[in-house]
Design a protein around this ligand. Structure first.
Ligand code: NAP
Length: 305
């Protein structure tokens, strides 16, 4: 049976360190670090994610401010908000909550953020620094995955890491981080052939596809480390028949509650084969928020210097 890579415990460790860092950095009456979150529209999932981020700020002593704009907001309005925050002396981190309404150009908006305040690590400046192996502000989810492995003493060096998904939020930056840590990396996507066979060769398998139950237990090499990044809400039990067999308790939760969060990996099957595995929820998700706090403190310290 696989050992659980507990994201909540690892995130707590990171948050404790950030909290101590905030206390140390703000002694002698320095202002607190500040994070601004721009939210456009009223996507219900975004409300939940932003809520977690603001709560985390409060828990570690980071000042936070939410900027809400209507879903009809034009590019100029969002741009003005970013420009104002770029100039603000009290704000060290700026993030634009995704997804944005489809009429907005997300890439152009993100690129407008001052790279020294880009706590999501999505600006070209920080992407290049990551590729060059230099210090910078890097995407929180892959950073969180690397920290989770490190905290649990999972060796990355020399291992074959297979990453399912090539988004700029997860797959691409994670592949660079894994390479920097001397793994041998395979990145797969929707055009990849022989996916199952590729997965079966992975010492570390990371699933970031966004499809419930995508990775079967039979795809996993015995003893592999499995990191499930996917967050999928299912409401239809027929979308997850595998739960009935391998996770009957979760299946009955789905029936009783009407919805359930699941990852991309069939957890009940995978935990029989893997050596380590992240659950969903309680795996990668909490790390993402913790690394956002860590990035905000780093940005603050850089500005203070
Ligand atoms: N835990 C967290 O904090 C956290 C953070 C971010 C994301 N997530 C979750 O992680 C999942 C992925 O997020 P994302 O933003 O990276 O998603 P995304 O931008 O939609 O990317 C999904 C990736 O999966 C690939 N893919 C889709 N179908 C595939 C198939 N049949 N075979 C192989 N690859 C396939 C896509 O390939 P193509 O490039 O060819 O289209 C794409 O590269 C989502 O469930 C999201 O909610 C969780």
């Amino acid at each position: 049976m696989a050992q659980i890579l507990d994201g909540k415990i690892a995130a707590q460790k990171i948050l404790d360190t950030v909290r101590e860092g905030v206390v140390t950095s703000t002694q002698y009456n320095f202002r607190k670090p500040g994070l601004a979150v721009i939210v456009v529209g009223d996507n219900p999932a975004s409300q939940v994610y932003v809520g977690h981020k603001l709560k985390a700020c409060e828990s570690v002593g980071i000042f936070s401010k939410e900027y809400r704009l209507p879903s009809s907001a034009a590019m100029e309005e969002v741009t003005l908000a970013i420009d104002e925050l770029n100039r603000s002396q009290n704000i060290d981190g700026i993030l634009v909550q995704m997804p944005l309404p489809s009429h907005l150009d997300a890439i152009n908006l993100v690129n407008r953020i001052d790279p020294s305040k880009d706590v999501d690590g999505f600006t070209p400046h920080n992407q290049i620094r990551l590729l060059q192996g230099r210090k910078g502000l890097f995407p929180c989810t892959p950073l969180g995955i690397m920290r989770l492995l490190e905290i649990n003493n999972v060796t990355v060096r020399g291992k074959h890491a297979v990453i399912l998904g090539r988004s700029i939020i997860v797959g691409k930056p994670l592949s660079t981080m894994m390479l920097e840590s001397n793994a041998t990396v395979t990145v797969t996507h929707s055009h990849t052939e022989h996916l199952k066979e590729i997965c079966q060769k992975a010492d570390i398998l990371v699933a970031a596809v966004g499809r419930p139950g995508f990775v079967h237990g039979s795809w996993i090499k015995p003893g592999a480390v499995v990191v499930d990044v996917g967050i999928n809400r299912i409401t239809n039990p027929s979308a997850a028949p595998y739960l009935k067999l391998s996770e009957p308790e979760r299946y009955s939760q789905l029936i009783n509650k009407g919805s359930l969060l699941v990852g991309d990996v069939r957890f009940g099957e995978a935990e029989q084969v893997a050596s380590f595995i992240t659950p969903v929820p309680g795996g990668v998700g909490p790390l993402t928020v913790a690394m956002l706090m860590s990035n905000t403190l780093d940005a603050y310290r850089m500005r203070k210097k």
